[in-house]
Design a protein. Structure first.
Ligand code: DX5
Ligand code: ZN
Length: 217
């Protein structure tokens, strides 16, 4: 049985960008810092890119978790990899040669995540399980923070955990995650929890992170 560790990854998309350094201090007990990169093409929104990721890296000791919601992510993998993040996650729907892109991320000493939009089946991943370290199950349609969790994703998490049962692969969930739904998602098999609005809109983000850890059961 492969040990499964719970990790909380606050998404800075919901932070106050005018106070980014202070916002990062408020989540310095997190396991990861989630950075949502959007290109206005793969998703209908533009967020930020390498310069902001570099600034975040300089301002925190918490490892970075970079979520690329961009077309042709291969073009930017190296620029993000030099920041030595824990994960670089690319979207299944955004690449033609997934295995090659995954190998390219690993070559640079970074763990590989592959994200699936809510409608994307798990099947496409079954022959690349040796090449990836994390599966990100999107629990909203990517592009915006503050959306509601899509309930059908709970079964997808369960099916995913079954599919990877013999592999040391993390399952991350992203979108509409709160301390109220973390327990059932942990039971379904997710172990890395991204939360933007829930954490940054709370009174005390560090305390909220701790509450998430406790409420998972
Ligand atoms: C959505 C992003 C998420 C987003 C989550 O496209 O990938 O990481 O910041 O935000 P909340 O937690 O507010 O749903
Ligand atoms: Zn994300």
């Amino acid at each position: 049985m492969i040990p499964i560790q719970c990790k909380i990854s606050p998404s800075i998309l919901a932070a106050d960008f005018t106070q980014l350094g202070k916002e990062l201090d408020r989540v310095n007990n997190a396991d990861l810092i989630h950075i949502d990169v959007m290109d206005g093409h793969f998703v209908p929104n533009i967020s930020y890119g390498v310069p902001i990721a570099r600034a975040v890296k300089a301002a925190t000791d918490v490892p970075l978790d970079i979520h690329l919601m961009i077309d042709e992510p291969e073009r930017f993998i190296h620029d993000f990899a030099v920041l030595k993040p824990e994960f670089i996650t690319i979207h299944y729907e955004a690449v033609t040669h997934l295995q090659r892109a995954a190998a390219y991320i690993r070559e640079q000493g970074v763990k590989v995540g592959v994200a699936l939009n809510p409608h994307t089946p798990l099947d496409g991943l079954q022959y690349v399980l040796d090449d990836i370290d994390m599966i990100l199950i999107m629990t909203v349609n990517p592009g915006y923070g503050g959306q509601g969790f899509i309930p059908a994703m709970e079964n997808k998490i369960r099916d995913c955990r079954h599919m990877i049962r013999e592999y040391p692969i993390d399952i991350q969930v992203d979108g509409g995650i709160t301390k109220e739904n973390i327990a059932r998602l942990w039971r379904a098999g997710a172990n890395i929890f991204v939360a933007g609005s829930a954490i940054f809109q709370s009174e005390n983000p560090a305390e909220y992170i701790e509450e998430m850890r406790l409420s998972k059961g």
